[in-house]
Design a protein. Structure first.
Length: 282
């Protein structure tokens, strides 16, 4: 669904002629129906990469293909943006309507979708994100997590095949973060939507099929969550953390306690410890 070939992107910085390279010859393939988390410290290029996935930014070198469409082809930009829906960090910056159902209907209306189809999409998308009962509520009355779920519903109303989320939980409390990630996982699992999640929360990344760690405009690590997070020293060298239970397993191993280094969840850690203690994990 997504492919970058030697992708580079430079921003103008300071005076004339000065450029800062945010992406450097990056090659990446993301398969249909997958759930990929992208990690990296500030300035690593992860948000710049995300904006290339729906042609908000265009390559200054190399190519980006979305379902076979070249983002540098002006004739394809409209179809690319229908294929790849984008949800940003601050939901307030995305709200344009006075009530929730109008917010979800906004993009289809601008595409000239038939009113009957719009009503069907609004109903379906609000149901998908569990926000049906708030259809006639003003977005300003919602919590942060609820607003972000409305933003996801608005993106879904475009019928995208790809959902790109650029740190959608950064401004939310733990409950709001849980609501949003639960919704994203449901969309990926039940509807087969390809998900790209930009995040700095390791526990969110652990829920993905694949984790890509960026540094200095390139890819530093790439693999399953277990493969990536078991490299604790490498992750820390990149200025990032690992899930808390993975760090616990790492410290226990350093202390001479033989426990699997790739545990990601509390349940996995409990089972490992119960086995060491001669219990049955119950």
């Amino acid at each position: 669904m997504i492919e970058t070939k030697n992708l580079s992107h430079s921003y103008r910085a300071g005076g004339a002629g000065n450029e800062e390279q945010a992406l450097k010859g990056l090659n990446l393939k993301i398969e249909k129906g997958s759930f990929t988390a992208v990690l990296g410290r500030n300035g690593s290029g992860k948000s710049t990469l995300a904006k290339h996935f729906n042609a908000m930014l265009l390559p200054t070198g190399g190519r980006v293909y979305i379902n076979g469409m070249d983002t540098l082809d002006e004739k394809s930009v409209f179809d690319i943006r229908r294929t790849a829906g984008m949800v940003f960090q601050n939901p307030d910056n995305q709200m344009v309507a006075a009530i929730v159902e109008d917010e979800v209907a906004f993009a289809p209306e601008n595409l000239g979708v038939e009113p009957k189809e719009i009503r069907s999409r609004v109903r379906e998308c609000l149901e998908t994100v569990n926000m049906t009962k708030y259809a006639e509520t003003a977005p300003s009355k919602l919590s942060g997590g609820q607003k972000q779920r409305v933003a996801i519903a608005a993106a879904l109303a475009m019928k995208p095949e790809i959902l790109i989320l650029d740190e959608p939980t950064a401004m939310l409390d733990p409950i709001g973060r849980s609501e949003v990630i639960k919704t994203v996982k449901k969309l990926n699992r039940e509807q087969g939507i390809t998900v790209v999640l930009i995040t700095h929360y390791m526990e969110e990344a652990a829920a993905a099929d694949r984790v890509v760690v960026m540094d200095g405009g390139g890819i530093a690590l790439d693999g399953t969550p277990k493969q990536v997070f078991s490299n604790v020293e490498s992750i820390k060298a990149l200025g990032l953390d690992v899930p808390q239970v993975t760090l616990l397993a790492y410290e226990l191993n350093k202390a001479g306690i033989d426990i699997a280094a790739d545990v990601l969840t509390v349940d996995e850690c409990f089972a490992e410890l119960a086995g060491l203690l001669g219990g049955n994990g119950k």
